[in-house]
Ligand binder design. Structure first.
Ligand code: 5GP
Length: 187
């Protein structure tokens, strides 16, 4: 079988575990309970931002115990592989209206905050009751714009992370934990 330098099993030394599967699961349970209590009796629509948020969403919704709906958006952030430029294009939009609903974005990570700011503004023009954010990770040191994160999993240092849905060059999304990645070796 061919291996590449991005194969986590071919180069485990490049990955440093940061947040374990158990810690993530515990936080998903806590956040699910909190969201269930806060949104009881509301028309809740969870909006997942693909691709990075898919595993967090799948774990989180199983701890939400109130009726809710689910939809997806897909965005492309222009920039290099590891740096966002703030120019965001919606490449797949919601399948229905949000008018009269309480929208809760489920994101993998708020880094500069540019992507989430763009999406919140965009959804706000569609007349939801309100728009809030649930993010698994937040890197405060990288903040360029303030994003109010109503539900936060973990604050992390200014390091590039992979796993649990997050990629580097489309790889590593399948790691069951969050890891930091060493700088790419020369060559
Ligand atoms: P923003 O800088 O606009 O807040 O974040 C834009 C997007 O960049 C995030 O949704 C995420 O997909 C990606 N991103 C930001 N920081 C990281 C990181 O440390 N690791 C990975 N894999 N993606 C990141």
């Amino acid at each position: 079988m061919a291996t590449s330098k991005h194969d986590p099993f071919a180069s485990p030394d490049r990955l440093r575990p940061l947040i374990s599967t158990e810690e993530i699961q515990k936080r998903c349970r806590e956040l699910g309970a909190q969201i269930s209590a806060d949104y009881r009796g509301s028309d809740l629509l969870l909006v997942s931002v693909l691709k990075g948020g898919f595993i967090f969403l799948a774990d989180l919704v199983r701890h939400i115990t109130i009726p809710m709906e689910l939809d997806f958006m897909r965005v492309r952030s222009y920039g290099s592989r590891t740096e966002s430029s703030g120019v965001v294009e919606i490449t797949a939009d919601l399948t229905g209206p949000v008018e009269g609903k309480r929208v809760l974005f489920v994101e993998d990570i708020v880094d500069t905050g540019l992507t989430m700011t763009y999406l919140m503004r965009n959804i706000a023009t569609r007349h939801p009751v309100d728009v809030k954010v649930c993010s698994l990770l937040y890197k405060p040191e990288r903040k360029l714009v303030d994003v109010p994160i109503a539900y936060l999993g973990f604050t992390i240092p200014n390091q590039f992370v992979v796993g649990y849905g997050l990629d580097y060059d489309e790889k590593y999304r399948n790691l069951p934990y969050i890891a930091t990645m060493d700088d790419e070796p020369p060559g």
